[in-house]
Design a protein around this ligand. Structure first.
Ligand code: SF4
Ligand code: SF4
Length: 388
């Protein structure tokens, strides 16, 4: 048993006996635990609601090749297949043992499971949201036919020389970041939770087997799936407990709790973490301290500060858990955490990680141009191999 700064002396699964992790069926978990214990764990967040298969396949291929071992994915069969294809492209099958997939679900009100919708009655077609959306999830539609009232508005706009456009959200590409809503002056964008991604209605029975059968995701042994993440930053404690208890009972891998304080007080956050972690065996839970969800994109200290502060709050609990940071994370996160004495096991990066490879991913010759692929891999390596 060795001490770790900020946490108690409960033995980790790699150190302790009788914690149920020694069976061969848990062998893959040991790989994930090792990554966490080394305090160098980098997780690529593809997006809890991201169903853009082409993007996911390319992201996983690039980041796996660059050294990333841990991938956060939407709980969607096609997404898992796309991620596996990306992994197969980058890493030979026989070397995939220590690569880990985490699927994300959420509580109904959590931002990560929301999808944007545009109200055509309120939209004036300014196009601002298209410029803002980091996922290319808003497109102009063919039809401009709306209600009479709206049609009248369009005609009036045309008369005064404003070109009237209509826009809609490509649901599979939307990650619920809400950037479009902040940029819309006409209050035309609202959000609803995607029914497949929240609560126990989330599609947990989706796992494809080679022979085409489907099995329960929670009890399966789909090789890279070693973690399930619950996004639980909403206020309904009963809903959080219900989902967590179900996962705790039915899934024998790592559970991750992604939690932030946009809707919760510090006391509520700490009480929730304490209650949920204490239901688990020591070091079978990751707390992903979520600074400002999906706010990344800029590579500066200010952007990542909320994530580090959230990590500092979690650290005060001294519980036997692994601590990762997300929500505004970037290449500065680990250094800032060290500066603030926040002892992290890893960093999960989404918006920033996707942004820095966007131009590569959009290239038509992505899969064929080896030089470009290798250039992108070299470019992202420093983000994955962060220094702290
Ligand atoms: S920003 Fe708002 S008003 Fe402008 S196109 Fe988008 S939804 Fe319509
Ligand atoms: S919520 Fe984010 S990803 Fe979805 S449409 Fe708006 S800006 Fe794009």
């Amino acid at each position: 048993m060795r001490s770790r700064s900020g946490f108690n002396l409960t033995p980790s699964p790699l150190e302790g006996e009788g914690l149920g992790w020694g069976d061969s069926k848990f062998a893959r978990q040991h790989g994930l635990i090792t990554l966490l214990e080394q305090k160098k764990c980098f997780k690529l967040i593809c997006g809890a609601g991201n169903q853009n298969l082409e993007e996911i396949e390319k992201l996983v291929a690039l980041y796996a090749k660059a050294g990333c071992r841990f991938f956060d994915l939407a709980a969607d069969e096609e997404v898992l297949k796309a991620a596996q294809k990306g992994l197969d492209f980058a890493i030979p099958k026989e070397d995939q043992k220590n690569y880990h997939f985490c699927i994300s679900i959420g509580t109904k009100g959590d931002r990560h499971v929301q999808k944007a919708q545009i109200d055509s009655e309120k939209c004036i077609g300014c196009g601002k949201c298209v410029e803002i959306c980091p996922q290319g999830a808003i497109k102009e539609t063919e039809s401009r036919v709306g209600s009479l009232t709206h049609q009248y508005q369009i005609e009036q706009q045309c008369k005064v020389g404003i070109l009237a456009h209509q826009y809609e959200v490509i649901e599979k590409n939307c990650i619920g970041c809400m950037k479009c809503q902040k940029g819309c002056k006409n209050n035309a964008i609202s959000f609803t939770p995607h029914p497949n991604f929240y609560g126990l209605r989330a599609r947990l029975e989706l796992l494809p087997l080679p022979q085409g059968a489907r099995v329960n995701l929670l009890t399966s042994h789909f090789s890279p799936l070693t973690c399930i993440e619950l996004h639980a930053s909403d206020t309904d404690e009963d809903e959080v407990d219900e989902i967590w208890d179900y996962l705790n009972k039915n899934f024998d891998g790592m559970l991750s709790l992604c939690i932030g304080r946009q809707k919760l007080t510090d006391e509520q956050v700490l009480n929730r973490i304490k209650r949920l972690v204490e239901k688990r065996k020591p070091y079978t839970t990751i707390i992903q301290a979520d600074g400002t969800p999906m706010s990344g994109g800029e590579d500066d200290f200010q952007t990542t500060l909320p994530a580090v502060e959230m990590g500092a709050l979690v650290q005060t609990l001294h519980l036997p858990l692994y601590l990762m940071l997300s929500g505004g994370t970037n290449s500065k996160t680990a250094a800032l955490a060290k500066q603030k004495n926040v002892d992290i096991n890893g960093v999960a990066v989404g918006s920033y990680a996707r942004k820095i490879v966007k131009e590569y991913i959009q290239r038509k010759d992505f899969w064929k141009n080896k030089a470009i692929f290798e250039e992108a891999v070299l470019y992202i390596k420093p983000l994955i191999n962060y220094k702290n």
